[in-house]
Design a protein around this ligand. Structure first.
Ligand code: HEC
Ligand code: HEC
Length: 428
């Protein structure tokens, strides 16, 4: 093959990234290189989610945020510039799905306000529960309890899902009943068993805090309202994204090998291509997966058929499926059916992301499965039979080794980094 042919092939390679088997995304999303060192001029326009640490590091300073500090911060026009965002490697293949409502553009000031609200227990009726109580960065942005535990130790019937990688989806909650993060965010505040507050009380409590009032007044034309609390929280949540995991490096290397299969033994004749290959190999070696995890990666899209639903850059098809979880209860949670009232949706729940899933057990909408090993057993037996079971659920007949490989893939292959963020610095 001539160099020219190879060059043509290379541009073919450049047009698509294929995740798992058969999931390809267009290049527009993949093209932009990630660079964590942007100068401040640049950073006020484009934010590299997941790598730009200044986005989530809080208002400069120590301890509680004072009025003086916040006024200084709010006076800087750069903190009010609308940001366009780039997703980290891996998740960037879903850049086409980024959803930021037109009436809620991202700015540094708004993201910072949302960060404060997210970690502030003063949003709850007795100042004990914050969003982070159930979506804690230290617990994989979820909670280690079976159900979310709210004010007065009250429990709901559902497990706390992770609150990251929400920027690429519209529908929120296990049953998708909120159409946006803005809608979702104000829900827990008034939920009697979560934060147990009322929207009116929450707004009047915030209104007694000079720091919050200064922020809302500067950031929103209509100042402090419950809708704007939701907007600020949503803006912050959109910046919570997972960084690349070993899978993302391995899949790039595998794709290269596939595309240039016929060329691999002649790489020495094409220094540019060889350089590319060496770089991909080095990156994969730097973020290693065991042989077991690599076998699990093949099973995931092959015999175990997980990509039938856990597909795309976020390992979630954003659809609703009945796996039979909880369907043996006397009065099962009917999930999506409660929203659509369509028979086919009985017992169906939204496919969750599997990025960083090893960190956020227990699992499933009802927190009924404690470990990834248990989850794999559930799929191996084909779920739990019930009239609405997804037709994608079939017994898998996995060997013990294959089950272990799948678990190893989820633990090693899908665990990546989270953005660094300030959790303690709140308004005085
Ligand atoms: C008491 C625990 C608890 C608190 C406090 C709480 N949540 Fe949740 N959160 C949950 C549970 C449980 C669900 C799933 C509920 C459902 O699907 O019906 C959920 C769902 C979500 C989702 C949807 C994720 C998805 O994949 O669809 C987001 C986002 C979220 N919460 C953000 C927040 C924010 C922001 C706050 C603070 C205003 C908050 N939560 C407060 C327990 C909690
Ligand atoms: C038919 C679609 C479908 C298939 C196939 C599927 N999943 Fe799921 N997965 C889901 C849905 C939907 C849920 C949530 C179900 C619930 O809570 O009732 C889920 C939940 C999970 C969870 C729990 C995540 C959490 O945060 O609670 C893990 C882990 C998981 N799946 C892994 C896998 C693996 C591994 C495979 C392949 C063996 C697989 N899934 C195949 C749709 C699917």
């Amino acid at each position: 093959m001539s160099n020219r042919d190879r060059f043509r092939l290379r541009s073919v390679f450049g047009t698509a990234t294929c995740l798992a088997a058969g999931w390809c995304f267009s290049a527009a999303a993949v093209a932009a290189p990630l660079d964590s060192t942007t100068d401040s001029q640049e950073a006020s326009q484009t934010a590299q989610l997941g790598t730009d640490t200044s986005l989530l590091s809080g208002i400069p300073g120590e301890g509680k945020v004072s009025l003086e500090e916040v006024q200084q911060w709010l006076a800087d026009p750069a903190n009010h510039t609308e940001l366009t965002v780039q997703l980290p490697k891996g998740l960037d293949a879903a850049s086409g799905n980024i959803y930021i409502p037109e009436d809620n553009p991202l700015t540094r000031a708004k993201i910072e306000l949302g960060r404060q609200l997210y970690f502030d227990p003063r949003l709850s009726s007795d100042s004990t529960i914050s969003c982070a109580s159930c979506h804690d960065p230290a617990s994989g942005y979820a909670a280690p309890t079976q159900f979310g535990v709210g004010v007065g130790g009250q429990e709901g019937g559902r497990n706390s899902p992770v609150s990251y990688n929400r920027i690429i989806t519209k529908e929120q909650f296990w049953d998708g009943r909120a159409g946006s993060l803005e809608d979702q965010a104000v829900g827990p505040i008034a939920n009697p068993i979560e934060m147990g507050n009322t929207h009116e009380q929450c707004v009047s409590d915030l209104a007694s805090n000079k720091v919050y009032v200064a922020e809302f007044d500067k950031i929103f034309p209509d100042g402090l309202t419950i809708d704007n609390v939701g907007k600020a929280l949503a803006a912050f949540e959109r910046t919570l994204v997972t960084g690349p995991a070993p899978y993302d490096y391995q899949v790039e290397l595998d794709n290269f090998k596939k595309v240039f299969a016929a060329d691999l033994e002649f790489l020495d004749e094409d220094p540019e291509l060889k350089e590319e290959f060496d770089a991909l190999q080095a990156a994969a070696a730097k973020h290693p997966m065991s042989e077991s995890a690599k076998r699990g990666m093949k099973l995931f899209s092959g015999k175990a058929n997980c990509t039938a639903c856990h597909a795309g850059a976020n390992f979630a098809d954003e659809q609703y499926h009945n796996l039979g979880v909880g369907m043996d209860a006397e009065e099962p949670d009917l999930g999506r059916y409660e929203v659509t009232e369509q028979e086919k949706d009985k017992g169906a729940f939204k496919t969750p992301t599997l990025r960083n899933v090893a960190l956020s057990g227990p699992y499933m909408h009802d927190g009924s499965q404690k470990t990834l090993e248990e989850v794999v057993e559930w799929y191996d037996k084909g779920g739990h039979k019930n009239p609405w079971l997804s037709d994608k659920m079939k017994p898998l007949n996995l060997t013990d080794q294959e089950k272990a490989d799948l678990v190893a893939f989820m633990k090693e292959g899908l665990t990546g980094s989270f953005p660094k963020l300030e959790t303690g610095r709140l308004p005085e």
